[in-house]
Ligand binder design. Structure first.
Ligand SMILES: NC(=O)C1=CN([C@@H]2O[C@H](COP(=O)(O)OP(=O)(O)OC[C@H]3O[C@@H](n4cnc5c(N)ncnc54)[C@H](O)[C@@H]3O)[C@@H](O)[C@H]2O)C=CC1
Ligand SMILES: O=C(O)/C=C/C=C(\O)C(=O)O
Length: 486
């Protein structure tokens, strides 16, 4: 990092603000650095810089030139891989294992995948019959939307920021991005990489700040923003929708979930236990795809609960920098308060705690951090708030079921519909159940196996639209149809 104060990146320059906020390390509650907080004027400067850049060299570049620049950005992330990993671990407390095998490699991969895709992307063409017999040719031409606002969350900071801005840039748009106030570091490093790679000034702008009455709201309500892409909580999605309503613009939302896993009694038991432990506890349960409701067929219920408990208790909760750490702290004290309030609520609602339910003790500076224990509960009614509401922490409720129909009904009994996991050796049943899931993404005998070309997103309160492969490129481009009479 070139500065102990994290700056915005506007019109190709790193700039400070008169107002700043603290960036806190959740491992021990200590301040990492200060971060500039953009005011309305700076947000406006960033938007206008992006708008102007559409008319500059970026707008006239060939797809091949644009793609080559995006490859340079991917190379730049890899050249500074260790800095990115360290930044992500500092801001979030996530483990070295997670940051170095998932977050940062995906940051680079997102640029490569979309740079390559856009080079080979085609468009529709129809020959249309006409009364004179000569016909007409209709073809569509994808054009960039213009200035895209990218609002990213803190759970997978670089991964989710680049998952949006790589396809948006590949499609020729200019960007104003706002990372989460909890995770400003990797985004600032990315701005340095963009600068070094030679992305023209104004094409990528980065502003730091909060959501309501701050940079996030100023950006999403700005009249010259042409589209908004957001990942985060469903309630924030509603607020952004309201802010954007006046100027009517395309929105892509990837929102919350209360994801179910269904484990049938014919499943490969060890694989199902291992996979479910991963789907509940990865990144401290702070991934929108994580399982928070586990439904287990009755004949194997007790054995499954005992095996999952063993997995939870065997996890190493420790320093993010240790190579064998499985789980770090939660992102912040505010988020820990929220998760702990659900642990307390679970007890009030009558849950039995299989394991966890509290805060680990270390006897060192980590006792000032935002840690919680991995937690498994049973015995709640399906109407309990802990079974209905997204907690976004390392906790799941485990419930028995008897029949396939019952499992489907239980899994679908949610206002969310993001992801589901099904464990069975009967592939016909896997397929039959998967297609009845009210969810955007269903894994059978695995979880979080990603192919960046596939549609990614949710139904119900879990989002609007799909990201991934051509779905992303379609969102970030406006097709205009050209009809030529022959
Ligand atoms: N991927 C997901 O599904 C995520 C879910 N969450 C859930 O959301 C809860 C709240 O966490 P937050 O960090 O506050 O998430 P959030 O969804 O409110 O924040 C995500 C991003 O939106 C921005 N933002 C917030 N309010 C905004 C507004 N009115 N206009 C424009 N931008 C706005 C934030 O500054 C941040 O960059 C968490 O406890 C967790 O349960 C949080 C992060 C990711
Ligand atoms: O694209 C991925 O691999 C992961 C995406 C995760 C989210 O969108 C999330 O946690 O919000």
């Amino acid at each position: 990092m070139t500065s102990s104060i994290l700056h915005h990146y506007i019109a190709g320059e790193f700039v400070d603000s008169s107002k700043r906020f603290d960036n806190i390390n959740p491992v021990n509650g200590q301040r990492i650095c200060q971060v500039a907080e953009a005011d309305k004027k700076q947000v406006n400067q960033a938007v206008m810089a992006a708008k102007a850049a559409l008319q500059g060299p970026w707008g006239n570049m060939s797809v091949q030139q644009r793609a080559a620049l995006l490859h340079k950005v991917a190379d730049g992330i890899e050249e500074r891989f260790d800095e990115f990993v360290a930044a992500e671990m500092r801001d979030t407390g996530k483990s070295l294992q997670q940051a170095s095998s998932i977050d940062i490699p995906r940051g680079a991969a997102n640029f490569r995948v979309f740079a390559d895709m856009v080079k080979t992307a085609g468009s529709e063409c129809f020959h249309t019959d006409t009364p004179d017999g000569k016909g007409a040719l209709n073809y569509s031409l994808p054009k960039p939307l213009g200035v895209v606002a990218v609002i990213a969350p803190w759970n997978l900071p670089l991964l989710l920021l680049t998952w949006k801005l790589a396809p948006a840039l590949a499609a020729g748009n200019c960007i104003v991005a706002k990372p989460s106030e909890e995770t400003p570091s990797s985004a600032t490093l990315l701005a340095e990489v963009m600068h070094e790679a030679g992305i023209p000034p104004g094409v990528f702008n980065l502003i730091h700040g909060f959501g309501p009455n701050s940079a996030g709201e100023y950006l999403t309500s700005h009249a010259h923003i042409d589209a908004i892409t957001f990942t985060g909580e469903s309630r924030t999605g509603s607020a952004i929708m309201r802010a954007a309503a006046e100027h009517v613009k395309p929105l892509s939302f990837e929102l919350g979930g209360k994801n179910a896993a269904i484990i049938f009694d014919d499943a490969d038991f060890d694989a199902a236990v291992q996979g479910t432990a991963r789907s509940v506890f990865t990144n401290g349960g702070q991934v929108c795809l994580c399982t928070e409701r586990v439904y287990v067929q009755r004949p194997i219920f007790e054995r499954f609960v005992a095996a999952l408990k063993q997995k939870a208790e065997a996890m190493k909760i420790g320093w993010p920098t240790d190579a064998d750490t499985d789980m770090g702290p939660l992102i912040s004290f505010e988020h820990r308060n929220k998760v702990l309030s659900y642990y307390k609520l679970a007890a009030e609602e009558g849950a039995s705690f299989v394991t966890g339910g509290g805060v680990p003790e270390f006897g060192d500076e980590r006792d000032q951090g935002a840690w919680v224990q991995p937690t498994l509960i049973t015995g709640l009614s399906e109407e309990a708030r802990c079974v209905k509401e997204e907690i976004f922490g390392p906790i799941a409720h485990i419930c028995p079921f008897d029949t396939e129909e019952q499992a489907i009904a239980l899994a679908n009994n949610s206002r969310y519909g993001l992801a589901a996991a099904i464990w069975t050796r009967d592939i016909s049943r896997g397929h039959r159940v998967a297609k009845q899931m009210e969810a955007g993404m269903i894994w059978v005998n695995t979880w979080y196996l990603r192919d960046l070309r596939t549609p990614f997103g949710g139904v119900k309160m879990s989002g609007i639209g799909r990201e991934g492969g051509q779905h992303s490129l379609n969102f970030y481009a406006e097709p205009s149809n050209i009809c030529i009479k022959l």
